[in-house]
Design a protein around this ligand. Structure first.
Ligand code: T5A
Length: 228
């Protein structure tokens, strides 16, 4: 196979996050990008939130089972923050400092969209928790997958089969519509970091859009690509 691919960077790895509403195809696209970057001989760590480390996976179970919701929006947000704190310290930072590229399925923008915009948790609390949990850590690139909510929910339902919807899948259609708008706003407010990707196509077409964005954002000069 011969294609343009990124050169292994010296020093710190790159941090790429995937965001979007339910069933927008984040997991599918992370796998495709990981395969492509691995073929380009980069060291890749795929991870997710909530979760990604043993401690954070326990928190994941708590929030997705709906137990966090019983405590109220602010306490539920604290659970996400506690999970992120463990994940950043034990997985993300060590990998980046070893030159590994980290691809993370959801990160801090999820808290801003789900708990901030939709849960109405005040910005002040979200910002304070962000300072504690991630400090100066900022994704080099955030891919926001954009899709009509009905299609995303249909995809999520088809994949779930006869299983029960989780705590957020079970929210009303208006919640998911608000979520889509919240992500569009995040993308518009931080265009240097975020790219909004039309996810309403087949998986390979969406992957090609993501690859183009990644090359434009993280590999800006011809000198930074090699053939494999
Ligand atoms: N959350 C998370 C917060 O509220 N605050 C936070 O701070 C954080 C970090 C996590 C939940 O936690 C919330 C947000 C979430 O509700 P989760 O189980 O990790 O929940 O689930 P999600 O991240 O929401 O991801 P989903 O499981 O809903 O879906 P994905 O990963 O976006 O989609 P994917 O790739 O699994 O695809 C879904 C189905 O569609 C098909 C796939 O094959 C699959 O069957 N598909 C396509 N079909 C047609 N065309 C395409 N282009 C397709 N791409 C995928």
């Amino acid at each position: 196979m011969s294609e343009s691919a990124p050169q292994r960077p010296s020093g710190r790895g790159r941090f790429i996050t995937f965001e979007g509403g339910e069933g927008t195809g984040k997991s599918t696209q992370i796998k495709k990008l990981a395969d492509r970057l691995t073929a380009a001989k980069l060291r890749i760590r795929v991870t997710r939130e909530p979760g990604g480390s043993p401690g954070a996976e326990i928190m994941r179970h708590l929030v997705l089972s709906g137990m966090g919701k019983l405590l109220g929006p602010e306490a539920e947000t604290l659970l996400f923050a506690a999970a992120r704190d463990d994940h950043v310290r034990t997985v993300i930072q060590p990998a980046l400092s070893q030159g590994v590229w980290v691809l993370c399925d959801r990160f801090a923008d999820s808290t801003r969209a789900y708990q901030g915009s939709l849960g109405q948790v005040p910005d002040g609390l979200i910002n304070a928790m962000q300072r504690v949990t991630i400090g100066d850590l900022k994704p080099d690139l955030t891919i926001i997958l954009d899709l009509p909510v009905e299609i995303g929910l249909q995809r999520a339902a088809a994949r779930r089969g006869s299983g029960t919807p989780d705590r957020f899948e079970a929210e009303k259609l208006s919640f998911h519509q608000g979520l889509r708008e919240a992500y569009r706003k995040i993308a518009a407010e931080d265009p240097a970091r975020c790219v909004l990707i039309d996810a309403n196509s087949d998986p390979d077409t969406v992957a090609a859009r993501i690859w183009t964005a990644l090359r434009e954002r993280l590999l800006p000069t011809p000198a930074s690509v090699v053939s494999v």
